[in-house]
Design a protein around this ligand. Structure first.
Ligand code: GDP
Length: 197
């Protein structure tokens, strides 16, 4: 698939350092350890495109990847949610995230990665609030679905769908597993749609 052509473009600390704001991009966000890097690696069929987090919360950079179609990008936003990160760093992170999400014109949508066993934590709620107030599209990836049986996995998905509806957020939800490939096609279809591939 086209996602296999993903290649590193650059790391940015803030919006002003990101690639030229033209074309279309999709950003991946999520709490540290949710499985964001693994999902990106599975999507692109590359073992080391995104770094999986051995040291949670350490990478505070916006990593930009290009696809071999003009001006189509995947963005790996810094993971969030570790108690050990000093409050000042959290504030800087939050300001940069907000700036990126509010002002990035080429941003077509955000894939919000959550561990299917612990969905909708504080950070996720904050992201959903931003999405709502900025009229941004969200697609929720409930990762590690292999950790649950099919019934509970579907139940988790429906519960997240209900919560979105309750909050008036126009978003989609799917289960995903890097281990057994659950939801990979669904994710690729959604991204192709957003990226107009
Ligand atoms: P990130 O911090 O969100 O980038 O999370 P990582 O991608 O580094 O994943 C965190 C941990 O969850 C790692 O130990 C991964 O091996 C594990 N993990 C990620 N995705 C899956 C999955 O789909 N299934 C299972 N069983 N484990 C996963």
């Amino acid at each position: 698939s086209i996602f296999q052509s993903a290649h590193f473009i650059k790391s940015a600390e803030k919006l002003s350092q990101c690639p030229l704001d033209q074309g279309v991009e999709v950003a991946f966000a999520g709490r540290s350890n949710a499985g964001k890097s693994t999902a990106l690696n599975t999507l692109t069929n590359q073992k080391k495109l995104a770094r999986t987090s051995k040291t949670p919360g350490r990478t505070q950079l916006i990593n930009c990847f290009g696809l071999n179609v003009e001006d189509r990008r995947l963005i790996d936003l810094p993971g969030y949610g570790f108690a050990k990160v000093p409050i000042e760093m959290k504030k800087v992170w939050q300001a940069h995230m907000q700036d990126y999400l509010m002002n990035r014109r080429s941003l077509a949508g955000v894939v919000l990665v959550m561990d299917i066993r612990h969905p909708l934590k504080d950070f996720d709620g904050m992201m959903l609030d931003w999405a709502k107030s900025n009229n941004m599209k969200v697609h929720i990836l409930l990762t590690k679905s292999d950790k649950l049986k099919r019934g509970p996995a579907q139940a988790s998905m429906f519960s997240v769908q209900r919560e979105l509806k309750k909050q008036g957020i126009d978003g989609t939800v799917q289960t995903f597993s890097s281990l057994n490939g659950d939801g990979l096609d669904t994710l690729r279809t959604k991204l192709s749609e957003w990226l107009v591939l």
